[in-house]
Design a protein around this ligand. Structure first.
Ligand SMILES: [Zn+2]
Length: 80
């Protein structure tokens, strides 16, 4: 057991947002032990496994595409 892990077991994890996937889904990393969490489809926090990393990167792609299209729309309408 590493000292950092011991600290987390005693005092709880110290999570920080490391990535904003969408407005509702974020990834968190514990500053002490580097444990990673993410928001799942139920809006609850769950461990960031390889499967969730895959889901999140797919979500991020869709989300970025959408917001890009939205930006282009507002841009063209403001030109008119
Ligand atoms: Zn921790």
């Amino acid at each position: 057991m590493t000292p950092n892990k011991f600290y987390c077991d005693l005092f709880g994890h110290n999570y920080q947002i490391t990535k904003k996937v969408t407005n509702h889904v974020k990834e968190y990393t514990c500053k002490c032990c580097k444990k990673q969490l993410t928001t799942n489809s139920n809006g609850k926090l769950t461990e960031l496994t390889a499967k969730y990393q895959e889901i999140n990167s797919a979500l991020e792609r869709i989300y970025n595409n959408k917001s890009m299209r939205l930006k282009q729309k507002t841009l063209s309408s403001s030109i008119c």
